[in-house]
Ligand binder design. Structure first.
Ligand code: 5RP
Length: 152
């Protein structure tokens, strides 16, 4: 897959993220502090990575900031993006399985390299669930994307 990665900080774990994605065979597009001369501000680089997904230039994105919160909020402002801030493998699995998340948000502060590996394993192993009991989750995602989460 082609994956956009943004980070507002040039931290070792952000570099490890890019390396791990390449090891998995993905093509990586960098934004923010990971790309010399780019705007490293978290809202700007997260939005740029999210727009890559929304506008079809990338299949998925991983957006990072110190807490992960700003990056996830900025990415979720882009229509068509479902960004999930994941702190562990279970959450990453659920984000793909039940939310059809297309952007993974990570906090640089708490994501160690071993935890990063677990999160990526879970994220890429999972797919949106097609189980009958999960169909309502798929419907919820569709309603969110069309702006009609609350039914009249
Ligand atoms: O976690 C973050 C936003 O959610 C940022 O990484 C943190 O606020 C630092 O940003 P800056 O150095 O621009 O103040």
């Amino acid at each position: 897959m082609r994956i956009s990665v943004s980070s507002d900080m040039d931290e070792p774990v952000a570099r490890a993220l890019v390396a791990k994605l390449r090891e998995r065979g993905h093509e990586v597009v960098t934004h923010g502090a990971l790309r010399p001369g780019d705007d490293p501000q978290w809202a700007a680089c997260s939005e740029a990575a999210a727009r890559d997904v929304a506008e079809g230039r990338s299949d998925q994105a991983v957006v990072c900031c110190w807490t992960g919160t700003g990056a996830s909020i900025a990415a979720n402002k882009v229509p068509g993006v479902r960004a999930a801030l994941c702190t562990d493998a279970y959450t990453a699995d659920g984000a793909r399985r039940w939310n059809d998340a297309n952007v993974l948000a990570l906090g640089l502060r708490l994501t160690s390299e071993p935890l990063l590996a677990e999160i990526l394993d879970a994220w890429f192993a999972a797919a949106p669930s097609e189980d009958a009991e999960d169909r309502e989750n798929v419907a919820r995602v569709g309603r969110m994307d069309s702006g009609r989460t609350v039914q009249p």
